[in-house]
Ligand binder design. Structure first.
Ligand code: 6GU
Length: 239
């Protein structure tokens, strides 16, 4: 899976890309991430990428020409046509279903916004898949893009090393339950003991107990997952 990330702050990604699971996936050639500094596509002598909004108002708007030309250049590479994603609070909300849908593309371009957002003509011309990671406001799309990359690389075969684990996770395909409680050694910490059943060696009863735990947790914390409203996000598709 290949990502082309368009951002004004490529350095925000380097720590994240250099660590742990993602670092390994990149080394193994399972994942490729190319960072593009939007400022490099600016044509004016001060390398400006933003300007004041027509009609007035606070903040700055990302200019249409820089972004369109940057994306067109990335799209002109001869491989498979990438799926273009724009990270914006105006987008459809990311959930595991959307992650699974996006994971079907082997190439994605991720556009990270800043300031008051993009000139509307970026959307009109490039028709990106606009994605938001939730109903709150971030300072820019970079952290949201990292969230998306993190969720997507888990879907790439070979990245996790133990494929069972992403099937078991809360929210994976068909599974809408929260995870059961996990324990490891010691068996007793300050009087907080590991439930006896987990030490019993009876795998059938353990599986039953875990299932029950998942259900109870979900009922208590996220009843909406058990009883989704009709015509919820699962049916809606915006593109
Ligand atoms: Cl993708 N961008 C920004 N700036 N804020 C957000 C977001 C994205 N998703 C939720 N809030």
């Amino acid at each position: 899976m290949r990502f082309d990330v368009v951002t004004l702050f490529p350095d925000m990604f380097t720590g994240y890309l250099g660590q742990s699971l993602l670092h390994k996936a990149i080394e193994q050639g399972l994942v490729e991430v190319e960072l593009h500094n939007l400022r490099d596509w600016s044509k004016d002598k001060h390398h400006n990428v933003d300007d004041r909004p027509f009609g007035g108002g606070p903040g700055m708007v990302l200019k249409v020409d820089t972004i369109v030309e940057c994306v067109e250049e990335i799209q002109s590479q001869p491989d498979e046509k990438p799926h273009l994603v724009m990270l914006t609070p105006q987008g459809r909300r990311l959930d595991q279903r959307v992650v699974e849908e996006l994971a079907e593309s082997s190439r994605l371009i991720l556009l990270c916004g800043r300031y008051e957002g993009f000139d509307q003509r970026v959307v009109d011309i490039l028709d990106p898949d606009e994605i938001s990671i939730g109903d709150f406001v971030l300072n820019g799309g970079e952290v949201a893009a990292m969230v998306l990359v993190d969720a997507l690389v888990r879907m790439v075969p070979g990245v996790l090393g133990h494929e069972q684990s992403n099937q078991d996770d809360s929210f994976s395909r068909g599974n809408r339950l929260l995870e059961f409680a996990q324990y490891t050694r010691p068996r007793d910490y300050r009087g907080h003991r590991v439930p006896d059943i987990l030490l019993s060696g009876d795998h059938e009863r353990i599986a039953e107990w875990r299932k029950q735990q998942s259900l109870e947790r979900t009922q208590k914390r996220r009843a909406d997952l058990l009883d989704p409203p009709p015509h919820s996000q699962d049916e809606s598709k915006t593109d």
